[in-house]
Write a protein that binds this ligand. Structure first.
Ligand SMILES: NC(=O)c1ccc[n+]([C@@H]2O[C@H](COP(=O)([O-])OP(=O)(O)OC[C@H]3O[C@@H](n4cnc5c(N)ncnc54)[C@H](O)[C@@H]3O)[C@@H](O)[C@H]2O)c1
Ligand SMILES: NCCCC=O
Ligand code: NA
Length: 503
């Protein structure tokens, strides 16, 4: 058992640039998924706290030191936040692992990505200054027209537990770059590092109300944001059921939302690959990294029949070689599932697959050597048919289901046989075939000869039940901007549409 000497900070809600106790004074225990022990607690916000945070955000938009800032001025704050994250990287990574069960290697990588994302949006904030007012030339003398890019206003950012600080950063960084005032509600299952983001913002002097952080139960601390008349947009990342509730609530006010939801993404492996082990490792990484708790996990492996037996043999050897341990242990490559609730859900999916007639080729149970903690072995399921739950539903755990195909047509049909549309991957050395599949895949993210590499310069999001809108890249910034057109009539002549009464 790896020991951590990092203490769990005891925080309040971060509202209007200061720490405030929730109105109802309730708190939620923090559970370490690798020990099942309570290691602290977080404040439980209610609608009363939401109202206070929204008021603070609206006041921030009216402040000279936030609402009227240039992108260059906001960039300074984003860079200062990035620097502080890197300064505290080791502590934040340990807190992330203690809270979510993520391996220390992956938590440290997340903190690098968090800092890089803030830096990236600092650059875009600066670039925004030259795009704030864009003339549009109509080649008409009597009109002058231009477009303004302005902050959208107060934005509600609701995020999941699988990449706690990184998923929050994907929203906070562009929202602040755009000049919005944000209210972040992270998942109650892993909020520690998002609260530390509040402390970092306080330390860098981010103007009060620019970012407010409410922790608590979703239906109590986040739902009021969807229906709040003074919140101008909701940016959500999470499950389809929750996204549907948010969209329904926001629709009553015609409030825009973006939804980054779940997935059941395919990885298609052709027999023309040069190195089987390279493809096997991508298949492993695509479904077992972050203990499979990845929205874009390629959890449906579709292998060409001619190599299926050899591929599965190698896949089994690689899978048995994965180190499953306390996430703080060096070289741990598979930590626990985030909570007892999620743990039970994953086991239920595996049990249902068995009951429906599938074969558990490997795994499916608690690892022998780990008596405590929400650990599930990396699991490979074969003899799957397309009517089975394990083929259709997102598990959000280390569970890979496998089917084979003969022809390209069969492969693309199997790949697209999902209500989701987040990501798709193809392993083949045939460039034209990869081109064909890039066009044929019904998803927002395409990986060729890899699975999961994620870059903040590229648009992230899907279609179908995986939601709509894009995080990251310039697309991630645009969603926090209001695009305003201005048309000025510059002629001295009358419009002369109506007959003047004076003549
Ligand atoms: N597309 C992506 O980029 C992406 C990234 C990560 C996770 N996800 C998805 O998220 C899901 C797992 O994360 P999760 O379990 O935290 O999802 P979840 O939907 O249970 O919770 C997400 C957030 O919504 C809040 N919430 C819950 N009920 C709410 C309500 N009624 N109104 C407003 N907010 C509410 C939660 O408190 C949490 O902060 C998976 O489906 C996964 O695919 C998607
Ligand atoms: N690689 C980032 C994945 C985000 C969704 O879970
Ligand atoms: Na936790």
């Amino acid at each position: 058992m790896a020991m951590s000497n990092v203490g769990i900070p005891c925080r309040q809600l971060y509202i209007d640039g200061e720490w405030r106790e929730p109105v109802k004074k309730n708190r939620i225990p923090i559970i370490n998924p690798s020990t099942e022990e309570i290691i602290g607690d977080i404040p439980a916000a209610t609608s009363e706290d939401v109202d206070i945070a929204v008021e603070a955000a609206r006041k921030a938009l009216a402040r000279d030191d936030w609402g009227s800032t240039t992108g260059a001025q906001r960039a300074k704050y984003l860079r200062a936040i990035a620097a502080k994250v890197l300064e505290r990287k080791s502590e934040l990574a340990t807190l992330e692992s203690l809270d979510s069960g993520k391996t220390s290697f992956e938590s440290a990588a997340d903190m690098d990505d968090v800092a890089a994302c803030f830096e990236y949006y600092a650059d875009l904030a600066e670039a925004l200054d030259s795009k704030r007012k864009t003339p549009v030339n109509l080649h008409l003398d009597s009109f002058k027209t231009y477009v303004l890019r302005e902050p959208l206003g107060v934005v509600g950012l609701i995020t999941p537990w699988n990449y706690p600080l990184l998923m929050a950063t994907w929203k906070v960084a562009p929202a602040l770059a755009a000049g919005c005032a944000a209210i972040l509600k992270p998942s109650e299952l892993a909020s520690i590092t998002c609260l530390e983001l509040g402390e970092i913002c306080r330390e860098v002097g981010l103007p009060p109300g620019a970012l407010n952080i409410l922790t608590g139960w979703g239906p109590v601390a986040a739902a009021p944001l969807s229906s709040h008349p003074h919140v101008d947009k909701i940016s959500f990342t999470g499950s389809v059921p929750t996204g549907t509730k948010i969209m329904t609530a926001a629709a009553q006010l015609v409030k825009p939302v973006t939804l980054e939801l779940g997935g059941k993404s395919p990885i298609v492996v052709f027999d023309d690959i040069d190195n089987l082990d390279i493809a096997v490792e991508w298949a492993l990484f695509g479904c077992f990294s972050n203990a499979g708790q990845v929205c874009s996990a390629t959890s449906r492996l579709i292998i060409q029949e001619s190599i299926a037996s050899e591929f599965l043999d190698r896949l089994l050897l690689w899978t048995k070689n994965i180190k499953i341990s306390d996430p703080l242990e060096e070289d741990c490559k598979l930590g626990p599932i985030v909570s007892s609730g999620q743990y039970e859900k994953v086991l239920k999916f595996i049990s249902n697959a068995k009951n429906e007639g599938a074969t558990i080729l490997y795994g499916g149970e608690r690892p022998e050597h780990l008596k405590k903690g929400y650990y599930v072995q990396p699991t490979i399921i074969t003899d799957v048919n397309t009517s089975m739950e394990i083929w259709k539903e997102e598990v959000f755990g280390p569970v890979l289901c496998v089917k084979t195909f003969k022809t390209e047509e069969e492969a693309i049909e199997l790949a697209n046989d999902t209500k989701y549309g987040l990501a798709s991957a193809i392993m083949s050395k045939d460039v034209e075939r990869c081109e064909r599949f890039t066009k044929a895949f019904h998803s927002g993210i395409i990986w060729i000869n890899c699975s999961q590499p994620t870059f903040h310069q590229l648009p992230w999001g899907g279609k179908k039940r995986s939601g709509f809108g894009r995080d990251l890249g310039e697309w991630g910034l645009e969603k926090y901007l209001n695009i305003k057109q201005v048309t000025e009539y510059t002629s001295a002549d009358a419009w002369a549409f109506y007959k003047s009464p004076s003549n």
